[in-house]
Write a protein that binds this ligand. Structure first.
Ligand SMILES: NC(=O)c1ccc[n+]([C@@H]2O[C@H](COP(=O)([O-])OP(=O)(O)OC[C@H]3O[C@@H](n4cnc5c(N)ncnc54)[C@H](OP(=O)(O)O)[C@@H]3O)[C@@H](O)[C@H]2O)c1
Length: 302
């Protein structure tokens, strides 16, 4: 443990929490990396020894957990469903990883902060993957999505990711290394008529990650924004409609891991689908709207 970390720990309050003023001082401290240093390759890359993944109980998060598991690796796995989290943890332990499980709702900012700060004190985090997400959508015939569904998606997908990232920023900054990956979606590129809340949450998450990156890179911390198209998962099973260029879950996890490990700033796939959505965004609204109105789907609630 560095002198800086020891000093920080000795000043921690009785609950073991970092005082807010100190957290702010660390995050807002001048960049330890010279502004003259070329930023082309900044940010930690594989191998990662301490990895935290939210949404590790299912789908992409569970596959990423298994992919990062190995001897000498410590994994912090978060989700709400203890049974499914336990299954992921067991699979990772079989590969030699040490596991700490947190059955926490990402929307619970206090619980997230308490778990993540404690975990980071015991195992300074190298890689944080904010992957937890939820989706729902209105009936295509119904003009309203409903406040509850829209609020829940923004609360989990956007605010939940902020609740995941914020508590670890001071640790990352004091060590001057690490990588943060956020799992957004290609839905971040253009609002789709049949999932307004989901698209808003993912567009917000993408913007949040894009904003963090230039702020954190001079401090030695990399940020990878992942925008996947469709891949096999329980979330996709609830999707009623066409899923063009859909990938297997294993393929998606391999692409995402490869991008993170190589220190990519963006991981976006499949390209043709992203280009299509970008076209709908750049084109006059009347054209983009006419194209996307024809893409009808419904997402059953979880
Ligand atoms: N599937 C796709 O085609 C697709 C495409 C683009 C982007 N994505 C994004 O990729 C990420 C992973 O999706 P997936 O397809 O793997 O979905 P999934 O199989 O439904 O998994 C979602 C994960 O998020 C967790 N989660 C949901 N709400 C939570 C909450 N309130 N608190 C804590 N954890 C919560 C779930 O844990 P519990 O069940 O234990 O609560 C689960 O582990 C999501 O962010 C999703 O939006 C998916």
């Amino acid at each position: 443990m560095s002198c800086h970390q020891k000093r920080a720990l000795s000043r921690s309050d009785a609950e073991g929490r970092e005082p807010e003023a100190e957290r702010r001082a660390t995050v807002n401290a001048p960049s330890p990396v010279s502004d003259r240093r070329p930023l082309l390759f900044v940010g930690m890359r594989a191998p990662f020894r301490v990895v935290v993944i939210t949404g590790a109980s299912s789908g992409l998060g569970a596959s990423l957990a298994r992919a990062y598991a190995g001897s000498e690796v410590v994994l912090g796995l978060l989700g709400r469903d203890r049974r499914r989290l336990g299954e992921t943890a067991q699979a990772c332990e079989t590969k030699g990883a040490r596991i700490r499980v947190g059955a926490i709702d990402v929307a619970d900012a206090d619980a997230m902060t308490a778990f993540l700060r404690q975990f980071d004190r015991e195992h300074p985090v190298d890689l944080l993957i904010a992957n937890a997400g939820t989706s729902a959508g209105p009936d295509p015939e119904c003009p309203s999505e409903g406040v509850d569904a829209a609020t829940r998606q923004i609360g989990v997908n956007l605010l939940g990711a902020i609740n995941t990232i914020e508590p670890l920023l001071s640790g990352f900054c004091s060590r001057g290394r690490g990588r943060i990956a956020v799992i957004a979606s290609i839905a971040a590129y253009r609002g789709l008529p049949y999932s307004p809340g989901y698209c808003a949450s993912k567009a917000g998450l993408r913007a949040y990650g894009e904003a963090l990156r230039p702020r954190l890179e001079p401090r030695g911390i990399g940020v990878t924004i992942v925008c996947p198209g469709f891949f096999d998962s329980p979330m996709t099973d609830r999707f009623e409609g066409p899923t063009p260029l859909r990938r297997s879950n294993g393929d998606a996890a391999r692409i995402v891991k490869q991008g993170i490990d190589r220190g990519r700033r963006r991981v976006v796939f499949p390209r043709p689908l992203v280009l299509g959505l970008q076209f709908c965004d750049f084109a006059p609204a009347i054209i983009g709207d006419a194209i996307l109105r024809r893409y009808r789907f419904r997402i059953r609630s979880a």
